[in-house]
Design a protein around this ligand. Sequence first.
Ligand SMILES: NC(=O)c1ccc[n+]([C@@H]2O[C@H](COP(=O)([O-])OP(=O)(O)OC[C@H]3O[C@@H](n4cnc5c(N)ncnc54)[C@H](OP(=O)(O)O)[C@@H]3O)[C@@H](O)[C@H]2O)c1
Length: 266
Amino acid sequence: MSRICVAGGTGQVGREVVGRALDQGHAVAVLSRNPPPAGEAAKIDGATYFRGDVTTGEGVPEALAGADVVIDCLEGQTGEALKLFATGGELLLSAALEAGVVRAVLLSIVNCDQTAYGFYRSKAEKERVYSRSELETVTVRATQFHSLVARLFAAGSRVGLVPTIRGARFQTISPGEVAAALLEAALEAPTGERHRLRTIGGPEVKDMKAMAQTWKRVTGARGLVIGLPLPGPMGRFLREGRNLAPGEPYGRETFEGWLEKRRENL
Ligand SMILES: NC(=O)c1ccc[n+]([C@@H]2O[C@H](COP(=O)([O-])OP(=O)(O)OC[C@H]3O[C@@H](n4cnc5c(N)ncnc54)[C@H](OP(=O)(O)O)[C@@H]3O)[C@@H](O)[C@H]2O)c1
């Protein structure tokens, strides 16, 4: 049994990590700014929830106390949260070191260091924080999630359009399989390497237009599939296929299979 602190354990991937770790018999502490109130479905039985903020340090030592390993599933998309994303990682790691944690696992994005797109730059900056840490670290870079693309389609279809990015292909992966990879990285035997980096991707590479058709068929949603140009560094990143993870795929669950399972909730 390991003691695992999941930073961001109330989020999309974090929740999956928490559920899987508990199923495997580990003790789990969850750190987030707004833990779900007792009795709410989002609260997973068996986990201990701590209110804290990695950008201020408040509540962080309490959540890390007694942990062997910390898994960082945090997010910071805009404004101050984006600006402080890497700093938050630094604060989390120094508190982890102080608490006697032996390993930290970071969830990041495939090839985030290969574009000038600001959101990805913040991910690359946090990766560098991890690679400089005195702690043993594993950075797991994932391709885009099935849910990200499904959300884009759903948002557009509300106004009658299913938007796709011209020239974009995706190798999306399910958040549950990403969580499994994070947990594996957290629990594997030490290799002697202080900082490790691995990349995981979904089972198939699909043109975004084909994904839009699949999404329409499975959800029964209406909307005209349109191709839009995406200018700037992110557009280039996608057209160059830098969002893909060549080689043996980690994920087994396809976009279609993932959608089918959630048909009622999409
Ligand atoms: N979407 C994709 O396609 C994709 C692909 C690869 C990697 N990723 C990356 O994977 C990571 C996890 O993604 P996700 O979708 O699971 O994120 P998410 O659902 O937005 O969850 C983020 C979690 O972090 C917590 N959090 C945010 N700021 C915090 C702070 N200052 N202090 C403490 N807790 C904080 C949130 O809880 P509170 O709000 O209550 O604090 C929540 O538990 C992100 O870095 C994301 O960019 C995403």
